[in-house]
Design a protein around this ligand. Structure first.
Ligand code: UDP
Length: 497
């Protein structure tokens, strides 16, 4: 073990949404498991969601802790406990979250100056941490929690502006991302609006990418064998430094409690055991898992169409549903009459209202595929489990991820969604029950084409496992990065002496 003065100390600053927080906390756990002294700075309600796994690691002897700070609920007019983009129930609350983040910035800055870590790992939404790192004379590693592919595609669109060659009035014009290693065509309407025109977010993206370019490098939840061409493009064409240390979830979550308790309040509801016992009664690869992640809002009409489509397909499914933001109701109130009861009587469908133990579900032998909104974490969790996917992107960089799954690694069946939606908005485009039924039958029906998808997904699962074993690509990267950070620390110490 390193002496106190040699000990590498890293502060992790996860953003307050599930899709950003979960992988960064797992990164923090990964570093702690490799001898680094780790502090995760997080607000109190969020700390309560992640403490199970951190406490277990601490009890196992790793140097890891959370530093919980008070969320300024009263100052910004948010109810107590609403401290995350994954728990806000209206877009008005989004403005309050932004205000709260500004207030928190001062608290966190002070913590960093007082704590004087050797390195800061900060989420994309905290570009101001670059200045703090510079003042402290330490490296900042940036984290976005997305794929290399999406970063490369986003860069290409920003620099080459291929959409400018399209006719102004046709959203459905094809945009070719010709400079990328694969042939990638998208519809203009599938590009994020902030890359097609100037919005508030365009300005923020500039600040954020600027901070990434000036940071020491980026920490990527990916692995070389999955995205080698795009890792290369990122490092050479885009000229940024990056370390692929994923799939992080596969690496750090070794048992059921780790997998089930990544982000929950209540460890006693035993939900995963009921679900697992239902899955145990099903054939291998026979069940479809449906989830749109932690933040997607679907309309009542869309939920009805999904319900009809799933039922008509005849394939067993688990569907993780979340509250419908505009209606303050759970999706069952949007379900066709008797849907819930029919599913539980026929034992053909399990509907999880609220948070699903997704990794536990995906890794069960009975799961044969997922309908996903193409969030990068969900994609990696499917890759870890060797599963093909039905791609149904909604917002953020999800349409790029869909192209990656279909055109690059060939493990996706597209639902054919044409329009990018803004974060928090219910998509206007409605996918019909017939389209849902058709896609589910294709993925779960076992035709020759899908068997090829399954074979490719299995190969990627094996490659993912190897990447995180001793001597695997991600393992080598992590050890090299830790060594490099230690050397930087030593150089700093010598300079100070
Ligand atoms: N997740 C989960 N249970 C749920 C919904 C989401 O465990 O009911 C986890 C999922 O496993 C993934 C993360 O939350 O790790 C969602 O991240 P992703 O990038 O897929 O989508 P986002 O929520 O950021 O849109």
């Amino acid at each position: 073990m390193d002496s106190e003065t040699d000990q590498l100390r890293i502060f992790f600053l996860p953003f307050i949404s599930a899709g950003h927080m979960i992988p960064m906390v797992e990164e923090a756990r990964l570093f702690a498991k490799h001898g680094v002294d780790v502090t995760v700075i997080i607000t109190q309600a969020n700390a309560a969601l992640i403490h199970n796994n951190i406490d277990r690691d601490f009890r196992a002897g790793h140097r890891i802790r959370t530093h919980a700070i008070r969320f300024p609920s009263a100052e910004v007019g948010l109810p107590e406990g609403i401290e995350s983009l994954s728990t806000i129930t209206s877009m008005e609350m989004m403005g309050s979250i932004r205000q709260a983040l500004k207030i928190l910035q001062q608290t966190i800055e002070q913590l960093l100056y007082d704590g004087r870590p050797d390195c800061i790992v900060a989420d994309m939404f905290y570009p101001w941490t670059l200045e703090v790192a510079n003042k402290l004379g330490i490296p900042r590693l940036a984290f976005r929690g997305c794929s290399y592919f999406s970063l490369c595609a986003e860069y290409y669109v920003r620099v080459c502006e291929p959409h400018k060659h399209c006719s102004v009035d046709s959203n459905y014009d094809v945009v070719s991302l010709r400079g990328l290693p694969h042939k990638i065509d998208m519809l203009m309407s599938q590009l994020p609006d902030w890359s097609r025109k100037v919005t508030d977010f365009t300005d923020f993206m500039e600040v954020m990418t600027g901070a990434e370019e000036k940071s020491y490098g980026m920490l990527m939840n990916s692995f070389s064998e999955l995205e080698s061409d795009y890792e290369e493009y990122f490092k050479t064409t885009m000229g940024l430094r990056a370390w692929s240390v994923g799939p992080i979830s596969l690496w750090v979550n070794k048992n059921v409690p780790d997998k089930a308790q990544r982000y929950i309040h209540n460890t006693n509801d035993n939900k995963e055991y009921e679900i697992v016992s239902w899955l145990n009664s099903k054939e291998d690869n026979s069940v479809l898992y449906v989830s749109f992640g932690s933040m997607t809002n679907l309309s009542v009409t869309q939920i009805k169409e999904i319900a009809y489509g799933l039922e008509a397909s005849g394939h067993p499914f688990i569907w993780a549903v979340k509250k419908i933001e505009s209606k303050e109701l759970y999706c069952e109130e949007a379900f066709p009459e008797g849907f819930d009861e029919r599913m539980s009587e026929s034992k053909n469908g399990v509907i999880i209202k609220g948070w699903a133990p997704q990794v536990v579900i995906l890794e069960h032998r009975a799961i044969g595929g997922m309908v996903t909104h193409c969030g990068w974490n969900s994609i990696l969790e499917c890759v870890n489990a060797g599963l093909p996917m039905i791609t149904w992107p909604v917002f953020a960089e999800q349409f790029y991820n869909e192209r990656f799954l279909i055109d690059v690694v060939g493990i996706g069946v597209s639902m054919g969604v044409k329009e990018w939606s803004d974060f928090g908005q219910e998509p206007k485009e409605v996918v019909s029950r017939e389209e849902v039924e058709k896609a589910v039958k294709v993925l779960m029906g076992g035709g020759e084409e899908v068997n090829e998808l399954r074979k490719r997904a299995s190969k990627l699962r094996d490659a993912a496992k190897k990447a995180v074993e001793i001597g695997g690509s991600s393992h080598v990267n992590l050890i090299a990065l830790i060594d490099e950070l230690k050397s930087l620390k030593n150089i700093r110490n010598v300079c100070i002496d």
